[in-house]
Design a protein around this ligand. Structure first.
Ligand SMILES: NC(=O)c1ccc[n+]([C@@H]2O[C@H](COP(=O)([O-])OP(=O)(O)OC[C@H]3O[C@@H](n4cnc5c(N)ncnc54)[C@H](O)[C@@H]3O)[C@@H](O)[C@H]2O)c1
Length: 289
């Protein structure tokens, strides 16, 4: 029997990490590197801080891949002077520790927030629809900025140092306890994130698929549900919010499903084999009276 691949998962004790550990359980040996103990099924736990490069590098030795989830996942819970170093220096350390520790592949957590279309201070009309990985990225707050820099750091290490870097950019993840936000967000006339959502098992599926992707240099993927979290047709939502429609680059995306996500997840489906199963309807039955 061949040994199972060893995957270091930073942030494995967090919301998404919990589901990633469950997804990896039967196929990989998952070793968590986090400041707090994981509740999910890990083979081993290493208590550590991603801002400590020597400790992070030691944890990387002997691993086959690194999934880097440790971060501050929003602009609300912490001040910018904490978000910036944890997310940016933390990502620089992830790539540098992988390189020094001999890990060939790093999978990073980006976010739709890098576009500036989510968690925005300035309401932006998308340049075109559906929004794909190449859409202009113009964040207007610090969390989105850190996620844009995560992409730049990943690209640099792929280009210049030969690391294989995959960056997965989930939209709003409906973690346990957040189900009530579905109805709240569906009612927004100008959505905080283009009415996008994804359930955590789909995000976990994408992280596993990124481990299984054949040789890669740098690839980014948007990860979301196949629809929006609103029953209103997607292009109508945009027209009502902004008074006009931006250019529609892939009309067939909305012809096929009028409620299709305003984010284009077809690259993840085509290249990774991602098959989203998320559906807001089961939450609305439970949460909306
Ligand atoms: N939750 C979402 O909706 C969402 C959407 C898009 C992207 N993301 C990204 O996914 C990743 C995971 O998000 P999450 O929602 O699971 O966050 P979370 O806050 O639930 O988990 C983050 C984990 O990182 C750990 N951590 C934080 N700072 C650390 C440090 N200095 N050293 C070691 N560990 C540290 C925490 O202890 C925690 O276990 C983040 O990069 C986030 O930006 C999340």
């Amino acid at each position: 029997m061949t040994a199972r691949r060893r995957i270091l998962v930073t942030g494995g004790s967090g919301g998404i990490g919990h589901f990633v550990l469950q997804e990896l359980r039967d196929r990989y040996e998952a070793i968590v590197f986090d400041q707090r103990e994981p509740a999910g099924p890990a083979s081993r736990f290493i208590a550590g801080d991603i801002l400590n490069l020597p400790a992070f590098t030691d944890a990387c030795r002997g691993m086959d891949a690194l999934i880097h989830l440790a971060a501050i996942p929003n602009p609300f819970s912490d001040p910018p002077e904490r978000i910036f170093p944890v997310n940016v220096t933390g990502t620089f350390h992830a790539l540098e520790a992988a390189l020094r520790g001999g890990i060939p592949r790093v999978i990073l957590a980006g976010s739709d927030s890098a576009t500036g279309l989510a968690i925005k201070k300035v309401p932006l009309v998308p340049a075109y629809l559906p929004v794909d990985e190449e859409h202009p990225k113009t964040p207007s707050e610090v969390y989105g900025l850190t996620k844009l820099l995560v992409e730049q750091i990943g690209k640099t290490y792929a280009r210049g140092y030969g690391l294989e870097v995959v960056i997965l950019c989930p939209v709003f993840v409906v973690l346990p306890g957040k189900e009530g936000q579905i109805a709240e967000r569906a009612a927004e006339r100008i959505s905080r994130n283009l009415w996008a959502y994804v359930e955590p098992p789909d995000v976990a599926q994408a992280f596993r698929l990124a481990l299984e992707l054949p040789a890669v240099s740098y690839e980014a993927f948007l990860i979301g549900a196949s629809d929006t979290l609103s029953p209103v047709p997607s292009l109508k939502l945009i027209e009502e919010a902004f008074g006009r429609l931006p250019p529609i680059r892939r009309p067939e995306w909305f012809e096929h499903n009028p409620n299709a996500s305003l984010y284009d997840i077809s690259k993840a489906m085509r290249v990774l084999g991602y098959r989203p199963t998320s559906s807001w309807r089961k939450f609305s039955r439970r949460e909306i009276p």
